[in-house]
Design a protein around this ligand. Structure first.
Ligand code: CAA
Length: 255
C-alpha cells in the first residue's frame, strides 16, 4: 500500500506523506517511499527541486511508535531504522518542506533534513521523545542544536514541549510563516521560483551552506571558492551575466 503520493508539476517533484489517520507517523514503508522518491527526483534531469509535505493536520507526528513499542535494544540495533535517513543528506537538489499542523519527533527531524521550511501559522514543532523515555534518534539532537543553539535545543529536547510557528521562526528553525490556508500553495510558489534559477547554482549553494556544518571556517570557505569558480564552467553563468548586462530576463537551461 502506498503511504505517500508522488507527482510532478513542471520541474517540481512533489512528495506528500499520506497516513492521515496516523498523523503521517513515519513507518518503515513510508520512509522507504520518501527516500526512494527523493533519490528518483534527484536523478531526473527534468526535476529542479522537490516539495515534501504532509496534510493540513500534520506534517508528521514522529516515527511510528507502534513499530518500536515492543522492540528490544538488539532488534533496534539490527533494524538501524534511521541509518537510511543518511541518504537524504546526499540529495543534491533543494528540498522545500511545507509544514502544517504537527512536526514532532521524527517529523521535525525529517523537516530539518529539508533545505527551506515554509510553515503554516498553525504549525507546531517539538521533539517530544523524552515523554516516551527516549531521545531523538534521526538527527534531532544534532540538527536542532545547530539550527537554534544549545540553550533552546536543551529546552525543547529535555522538556519535550511544543513550540508555535512564530516561536520556530524567531528561533531560526523555519524561515517563512504563512497564513493557514496558504501553507501548501506558498511552498509550491517558492518551488516555482527556485525552478527559474540556474539548477547548478542551486545545487552549489545547497552544497556550500551544508558544508558550513561539516567543516572548519577555513575549509568551508575553500569549498565555497571552488564551487564559485566551478560555476563559471556553466552555460547558465554566461547567460545570467549576459542577461544582466543586456537588461533582460535570463533563461537557464541547467548546464
Ligand atoms: N506513531 C504512531 N501513531 C501515531 C503517532 C506516532 N508518532 N502520532 C499519532 N499517532 C496516531 C495516534 O495513535 C492516533 O491513532 P488511532 O486513531 O488509531 O488511535 C492518530 O494518530 C491520531 O492521534 P491522536 O488521537 O493522538 O491525536 P491528538 O490530536 O489527540 O494528538 C498528538 C496529537 C499530540 C500529536 C499526539 O498524537 C501525539 O502525542 N503523538 C505522538 C508524538 C510523539 O511522541 N512523537 C515522537 C515519536 S518517537 C520519534 O519520532 C523518534 C525519533 O527521533 C525519530
Amino acid at each position: 500500500m502506498s503511504e505517500t503520493t508522488i507527482e510532478t508539476r513542471d520541474h517540481i517533484g512533489i512528495i506528500r506523506l499520506n497516513r492521515p489517520d496516523k498523523l503521517n507517523a513515519l513507518n518503515t514503508t513510508l520512509m522507504t517511499q520518501v527516500i526512494e522518491a527523493l533519490e528518483q527526483f534527484d536523478r531526473d534531469n527534468n526535476i529542479r527541486c522537490m516539495l515534501l509535505a504532509g496534510d493540513q493536520r500534520a506534517f508528521a507526528a514522529g516515527a511510528d511508535i507502534n513499530e518500536m513499542a515492543d522492540a528490544t535494544m538488539i532488534e533496534m540495533h539490527h533494524r538501524n531504522m534511521f541509518g537510511r535517513w543518511d541518504r537524504i543528506k546526499k540529495i543534491r537538489k533543494p528540498i522545500v518542506a511545507a509544514v502544517s499542523g504537527y512536526a514532532l519527533g521524527g517529523g521535525c527531524e525529517l523537516m530539518m533534513c529539508c533545505d527551506i521550511v515554509v510553515a503554516s501559522e498553525t504549525a507546531r514543532f517539538g521533539q517530544p521523545e523524552v515523554n516516551l523515555a527516549i531521545i531523538p534518534g534521526a538527527g534531532g539532537t544534532q540538527r536542532l542544536t545547530r539550527a537554534i543553539g544549545k540553550a533552546r535545543a536543551m529546552d525543547l529536547i529535555l522538556t519535550g514541549r511544543m513550540i508555535t510557528a512564530d516561536e520556530a521562526l524567531a528561533m531560526g528553525l523555519v524561515s517563512r510563516v504563512v497564513p493557514a490556508e496558504q501553507w501548501f500553495d506558498a511552498a509550491l510558489q517558492l518551488c516555482q521560483e527556485l525552478c527559474e534559477k540556474a539548477p547548478m547554482a542551486l545545487q552549489a549553494g545547497k552544497d556550500a551552506v551544508n558544508s558550513a556544518f561539516e567543516t572548519t571556517l577555513t575549509e568551508g570557505i575553500e569549498v565555497e571558492k571552488k564551487l564559485f569558480y566551478m560555476l563559471f564552467a556553466t552555460d547558465d553563468q554566461t547567460e545570467g551575466m549576459r542577461a544582466f548586462v543586456e537588461k533582460r530576463k535570463p533563461v537557464f537551461v541547467g548546464r
